[in-house]
Design a binder for this molecule. Sequence first.
Ligand code: ADP
Length: 306
Amino acid sequence: VERFLEAFVAAVPSAGRGAPGAMVLLHDQTAVKRAERQRVDFLANASHELRTPLASLSGFLETLKGHARDDPEAREHFLTIMGAQAARMSRLIDDLSSLSRVEQNQHVPPTGVVDLAAVADDVSAALSPVADARGVAVHVDRRAPQALVVGDRDQMIQVVQNLVENAIKYTPRGGDVVVAVGAGAGARTAALGVGPLDGESTRLALVEPADMHGRFGWLQVRDSGPGIEPRFLPRLSERFYRVEEEETDAERAGTGLGLAIVKHIMSRHQGGFEVESAPGAGSAFTVFAPHGPGIADPPAAPSTGE
Ligand code: ADP
C-alpha cells in the first residue's frame, strides 16, 4: 500500500541527566494525495475518452470531403462508423453526468423505500429487447416476496440496469442471465443463499457496507459469460477501467463508468457491492442495502400466485 506521510522531526534536548531525544510527528496525507491524484486522473481520462471518438469523427469527415466523396459504398461505411462514434460520445457524456449527479449527493443518505424485487422485474422487462437482440434470456429469481431497502428508486434502477446490461453484453448467444433477489440478515451472508458459481471462483467486496449486521435486501446478477480473472477484480469499479482495453466488438464497447456508478450509489446507500467470478464459467455481481429500521419485516412464508 502506497502511503504519503509528512514528517516533522525535532530534537528534544535532554532535561538534566537523561540523553537527548527526538520527537517525530507523522501526518498521514494519503487520503488528501489520493483525492488530488484522482481529480487530475479523472480530468485526463475524461478528455482522453472524448478525444478518441472526436478524432475519429474529424478524420472520417476529412475522408468524406476528400477521396470518398464520390464513392457511395465507402461513404455509407464511413457514415456508419461515424454514427457509432457519435453514439459513444453521447454514452460517455450520459455516464459522466450520472456519475457527477451521484457524487453530488454522495453524503446525503436516501430516504425512500425500494423493493429490489420490483426493480428486478422492471429492469428485466425494460432490457428484454436488448436481451432478445443478443439471444440472451434474462430470468428473475425471487427468493423472497419482497426485498425492501432504504433507497432512492431511480438510483437502484440505474444500479440494476448497469449490472444487467453488462451481464447481457458478456453472455454469449443462447446463454442465461439470472437476477436473484432476496432479503436476509448479515452483510456477508446476505447473498450466500444464492450459492457460489460453478468452477473455481474468487469473491471480492468492492464496497463494504457501513454496518455489517442487521437486515439487508440483496440483488445478484449472474451471467454465463467469460468471467473475469481474479487479478482484474479489484480495479473493476475504478472509473474508465476496462479489462479489454481495445474493444473489438463495437456493441460491447463500454465507457468503463458503469461499475463506478454502481459503487458510488451503493456507498451512498451504506450498502455493499460484491463481485464473484469464475473464469470460463461466469460472473456474479451482488448489491445489498440496509432493510432499515422503519420497514416492517416481510412475511416469513413466500407468497404464492405470483
Ligand atoms: P463498461 O461500460 O466498459 O461495461 P463497466 O464499469 O460497466 O464499464 O465495467 C468495467 C469492465 O468490467 C468492463 O469493461 C469489463 O471488462 C468488465 N466487466 C463488467 N461486467 C462484466 C461481466 N458481467 N462479465 C465480464 N466482464 C465484465
